[in-house]
Write a protein that binds this ligand. Structure first.
Ligand SMILES: Cc1cc2nc3c(=O)[nH]c(=O)nc-3n(C[C@H](O)[C@H](O)[C@H](O)COP(=O)(O)OP(=O)(O)OC[C@H]3O[C@@H](n4cnc5c(N)ncnc54)[C@H](O)[C@@H]3O)c2cc1C
Length: 412
C-alpha cells in the first residue's frame, strides 16, 4: 500500500482531468486512469473536432438535459461556457463559435484540448498514472478510502469518481464508476443508451443508407404519452435512422419501443404547410409537358429518395406527372408531410454517444458534487445520471461538474 494522497481521481476523461487540476490546490493529487492513456473518448468527440460547449443561455442549455438539467444550474452559474473558454484560452487553446453557436477549439481539435489538459495537470504536480483500472474503492478504517486494482493499491483522504458512463466501452468507460459508487452505498438509476441510432423495421432504410436528409421534421408517436418531436438532420443507416434530429429522441423512443413498435413520421417539407405544398405539387406536376413523375419529384426531394418514395406511394415514376391525378397528389402530399417508419428499439448501450442513468442526483450535492452519503466522496461527469443533447452539452457538463468536484475536494 502506497503512502496516502490527499485526493485521488478515478478516470482521466474531461471530467477527471478538470477535477484533478482544480483539486491540485488542496494537496497531493493522483489521477488513476484504467487505459494505457487518458482521454480516449474525448479524442472521439465531434468526430475528433471536439464540440466543447455551446453559446446557449443557461436556462436553455439546462433544458437540453431534460428534467435533470436543474441539477446543473448552480454549477453553470460558477463555471459555464464563458469560463470554460477563458480557462482553455489560458491553457493556450483558442476556441471558436461555429454554426448553431457550437464551441470548438479554433485549431487542433480534441487532441489540442487533451494535450493542454494533460500539460496543465502535470504542471500543477498531479500524478497521472495510466493502466490503473480501479476495481474496488472502500472506506479505509484508518480514514479516507482504499483503492485497489490489479497489481496496485492506493490510499486517499478524498475521492473523486469520474469514470464516465458505459457506452463506447473500447474507450475505457465500462460502467465501473457506477459499480464503485454502488459499492459505496449510492443508488444507481438504470443505465441505457442515449444519443443512439434507432432501429426501424422498414428495409427501405438499408436501401437509403448513407442518405442524409437536412431540415426535416421528425415525430415519434407514443401511445398514452406526448409525441416526441425534433427537427434537423436525419441519416439513414442499414438498420434504421440516426443523426442530430434523431438522437435527442432516441432515449425516449428506446423506452417506448420496449412496450411495442413506435410510429415515426418524417416531415420532408416542414417549411410548407399542406395547402402551400399542394399548390407547389400541382405546379411541379403540371409543368414540363410529358415530364415523368420521378423527374417532377426530384424538384422536391433528394434524387436518391425519389424511387423509394414513389415505391412507398405505389406510384409509377416513369408515368407522365401531368397525368397523375388528384388521388396520386393526395398520396404524395401525405407522404411528404409524414413519411412513415416503424421504430422497434435502439442500438445497445455500447453504441450510445452518452449513457443515460447513473449515480442518482438526489444523493449528490449540486453545488459541490459531494456525496450526501459518504463524507469525502465526490462525483464528476457522465457517471452521474445526467445526459444532454448533442451539441456540446455533455462535455460542458463534464467540465462544469469536474470543476465543482475538484474545487470542493480541495476545500477545507
Ligand atoms: C463518438 C462520441 C462523440 C462525442 N462527441 C461529443 C461532442 O462533440 N460534444 C460533447 O459535448 N460530447 C460528446 N460526446 C460525449 C462526451 O464524450 C462524454 O459525455 C464525456 O467524454 C464524458 O466525460 P467523462 O470524463 O465523464 O467520462 P469519459 O470521457 O468516459 O472518461 C472516463 C475515463 O475514466 C476511465 N475509467 C473508467 N473506469 C475506470 C476505472 N475503473 N479505473 C480507472 N479509470 C477508469 C476511462 O478509461 C476514461 O478514460 C461524444 C461521445 C462519443 C462516444
Amino acid at each position: 500500500v502506497e503512502r496516502i494522497v490527499d485526493i485521488a481521481v478515478i478516470g482521466g476523461g474531461p471530467a477527471g482531468l478538470m477535477a484533478a487540476g482544480q483539486a491540485a490546490g488542496g494537496g497531493s493529487v493522483i489521477l488513476l486512469e484504467g487505459e494505457e492513456r487518458p482521454g480516449k473518448k474525448l479524442l472521439l468527440t465531434g468526430k475528433g473536432r471536439c464540440n466543447l460547449s455551446n453559446t446557449l443561455p443557461v436556462e436553455e442549455f439546462l433544458r437540453g438535459f431534460g428534467p435533470s438539467g436543474v441539477f446543473l444550474r448552480n454549477g453553470c452559474h460558477r463555471f459555464f461556457t464563458a469560463e470554460l473558454r477563458s480557462f482553455l484560452e489560458g491553457l493556450g487553446v483558442e476556441t471558436a463559435i461555429e454554426r448553431g453557436g457550437r464551441v470548438y477549439p479554433a485549431a487542433g481539435g480534441a487532441a489540442a484540448v487533451l494535450d493542454a489538459l494533460l500539460a496543465w495537470i502535470g504542471s500543477l504536480g498531479v500524478r497521472c498514472l495510466t493502466g490503473r483500472r480501479v476495481v474496488a474503492a472502500t472506506p479505509d478504517p484508518a480514514g479516507g478510502f482504499l483503492l485497489s486494482g490489479e497489481g496496485f493499491s492506493q490510499r486517499a483522504r478524498r475521492l473523486i469518481i469520474a469514470a464516465g458512463g458505459a457506452s463506447y466501452p473500447q474507450t475505457g468507460s465500462r460502467g465501473d464508476g457506477c459499480r464503485l459508487a454502488a459499492a459505496l452505498g449510492h443508488r444507481i438509476t438504470p443505465l441505457h443508451a442515449a444519443l443512439v441510432p434507432v432501429r426501424c423495421l422498414e428495409p427501405l432504410c438499408a436501401r437509403l443508407q448513407g442518405l442524409r436528409l437536412r431540415n426535416v421534421g421528425i415525430a415519434a408517436r407514443r401511445s398514452g404519452a406526448e409525441s416526441l418531436t425534433g427537427f434537423g438532420e436525419v441519416h439513414f443507416t442499414p438498420f434504421g435512422i440516426s443523426g442530430p434530429a434523431v438522437f435527442p429522441l432516441s432515449a425516449g423512443i428506446g423506452e417506448a419501443a420496449a412496450a411495442g413498435p413506435v410510429s415515426i413520421e418524417i416531415d420532408l417539407k416542414p417549411g410548407l404547410d399542406a395547402a402551400r405544398l399542394d399548390a407547389r405539387l400541382q405546379r411541379e406536376m403540371g409543368a414540363g409537358g410529358g415530364r415523368p413523375l420521378a423527374r417532377a419529384m426530384e424538384t422536391l426531394l433528394p434524387a436518391r429518395l425519389v424511387p423509394v418514395f414513389l415505391d412507398a406511394a405505389r406510384l409509377d415514376g416513369t408515368a407522365p406527372a401531368a397525368r397523375a391525378g388528384r388521388e396520386a397528389r393526395r398520396t404524395i402530399l401525405g407522404l411528404l408531410k409524414g413519411f412513415p417508419l416503424t421504430a422497434v428499439g435502439t442500438l445497445p448501450l455500447e453504441k450510445g454517444m452518452v449513457t443515460a442513468g447513473g449515480v442518482d442526483l438526489r444523493e449528490v450535492h449540486p453545488a459541490t458534487m459531494a456525496s450526501r452519503l459518504v463524507p469525502g466522496l465526490f462525483f464528476a461527469g457522465e457517471v452521474l445520471d445526467l445526459d444532454g443533447d448533442t451539441g456540446g452539452y455533455n462535455l460542458q457538463a463534464a467540465f462544469t461538474t469536474g470543476f465543482l468536484a475538484g474545487r470542493a475536494a480541495a476545500g477545507p
